[in-house]
Design a protein. Structure first.
Lengths: 243, 170
């Protein structure tokens, strides 16, 4: 894939979900000492709500700590350590896959030291692109090869659409995974811009990988597949826009 | 056929929401459980989508505030006017996920919209007032409040939010 000078990537992330184990939230605290370059810390909680019907209606809610989130000083790298896994996000400006994956691998190592070797239940590579298409309205086929089709039999003045949201899961038999293309308008457009988000979320449940090298080689395959879809989904006009 | 950013002549158009279910009843609960799992999977880990979701909710609150009538507090407070709502929207656009997570949106008793940020005993707010001015203030516990300089420009709004972020520790 060519390198785009103005790559539209607003977030790229690597996610690893593990099977729930005996790991406790208190155990995650030990991670902090290995993250001096991520000085901003937050605790994430999970809300649980139980509702029981019967002769008496019973309801109970509980909020419990679930994850530790760390940001770097520039707020463009975010890592979440959860009781069921780990996510590393690189925000704008995106650099390279090599930097993304090597930092994710380093941080995954930190998580493994604390959490132990749990079984991996799901892995994902996700790239969220924000295209700022010039104009108050744009012809989708000029910029994208994937968009909602409106019947051509309708009168021209009735075929305009948006804001819209579309989610398209596509099986990836060779990877035993699913790539979901989420395409929608971004919130709060600037005048003269139609902002469209194209989010490629490629995940594999129960990946068959033995060892770290194989795991990260598999991530590389997911990234290549994502690139294939990205290139197929944009037109030359979009390439000009981001080059 | 054209793709548009907004539909004219439909001011009440609701932006397509991320999947959420408000179904009720036993069957509804099962639906909601599935929907919440889907939503969690969708949002999990993504800073961008989490921000979008919070932005959506805050934007919706802002729309509600813009419809307040005068004397909404029964003490004669004016309703937020167009100036205040437009400026509030500019402030909202500059917010990052960390800002939105500790945010509350309230009408200002002086007329306008206030964004309040609170974490433990650290507090800050930035208000878009009906006369077009933007005021910011920050303090800790019972200490004397410190004024945040915002002259109304986009740069000063971003700088003001950065100051709030550092103060709150977001």
């Amino acid at each position: 894939m060519p390198h785009y000078k103005r790559a539209p990537i607003t977030e790229a992330l690597i996610d690893i979900r593990t099977e729930v184990s005996e790991l406790r939230f208190e155990d995650l605290q030990a991670i902090r000492k290995s993250l001096s370059d991520y000085p901003k810390e937050e605790t994430r909680t999970l809300d649980e709500f139980k509702f029981q019907l019967g002769t008496e209606v019973q309801a109970a809610s509980q909020r419990r700590p679930w994850a530790l989130l760390f940001r770097n000083q520039e707020n463009n790298q975010v890592v979440q350590f959860r009781l069921d896994g780990f996510t590393f996000s690189r925000l704008e400006p995106y650099e390279t896959w090599e930097r993304l994956s090597s930092e994710a691998r380093r941080l995954w190592g930190v998580y493994r030291q604390v959490a132990g070797k749990q079984k991996i239940a799901r892995i994902a590579v996700r790239y969220i692109n924000l295209f700022k298409l010039p104009g108050d309205k744009v012809e989708p086929e000029e910029y994208l090869n994937i968009f909602p089709q409106v019947p051509q039999t309708l009168p021209d003045e009735l075929r305009n659409f948006g804001p819209f949201a579309m989610s398209l899961p596509m099986g990836q038999p060779d990877l035993k995974g699913v790539l979901v293309i989420n395409e929608r308008n971004a919130l709060m457009a600037e005048p003269g811009i139609v902002p469209i988000v194209v989010d490629f979320d490629l995940y594999v449940d129960d990946p068959v990988v033995s060892g770290e090298d194989e795991l990260w080689a598999f991530f590389q395959r997911l990234r290549e597949r994502k690139n294939l879809y990205f290139e197929a989904c944009i037109t030359d006009k979009t390439r000009e826009l981001i080059s | 056929m054209a793709m548009v950013a907004a539909i004219e002549a439909q001011s009440d158009y609701k932006f397509p929401y991320l999947p959420e279910s408000n179904a009720v009843g036993e069957a509804g609960q099962s639906l909601r459980s599935d929907s919440e799992t889907d939503l969690r999977d969708f949002l999990l880990g993504s800073v961008f989508w989490q921000r979008t979701r919070l932005l959506q909710r805050t934007y919706s609150k802002l729309q509600d505030l813009s419809m307040l009538r005068s004397n909404w507090d029964s003490y004669g407070a004016p309703s937020p006017n167009r100036n205040a709502c437009d400026n509030a929207l500019r402030i909202l656009k500059s917010m990052k996920l960390a800002d939105l997570e500790v945010l509350n949106v309230v009408p200002s008793a002086e007329g306008g919209v206030g964004f309040c940020f609170k974490k433990l005993d650290r507090y800050a707010d930035i208000e878009a007032l009906n006369d077009g001015t933007i005021l910011g203030v920050r303090y800790v516990g019972m200490e004397t409040p410190v004024l945040i300089n915002v002259d109304g420009s986009d740069q000063s709004i971003s700088a003001g939010l950065e100051e709030i972020r550092n103060h709150i520790g977001a």
